[in-house]
Design a protein around this ligand. Structure first.
Ligand SMILES: [Zn+2]
Length: 63
């Protein structure tokens, strides 16, 4: 195992990305992180962005 104490690569102390909740987009399946604009509707957010939401609605079986 490596010691990550002094690398500063993985997790800079100034950023708290790790504390943000994450979800998997229902459309593209990619994980996305909490954003400020979702602070009041995070539980309802199912897609990583407007694109995926629209695409998921308009054509699910498109391939
Ligand atoms: Zn997506």
């Amino acid at each position: 195992m490596f010691s990550l104490k002094n690398t500063g690569i993985d997790m800079p102390p100034n950023r708290k990305k790790e504390n943000l909740p994450q979800k998997d987009c229902l459309h593209c399946g990619r994980p996305f992180s909490w954003r400020k604009k979702w602070e009041k509707c995070w539980e309802e957010v199912k897609y990583c962005g407007e694109r995926c939401r629209r695409q998921a609605r308009s054509g699910r079986k498109k391939q």
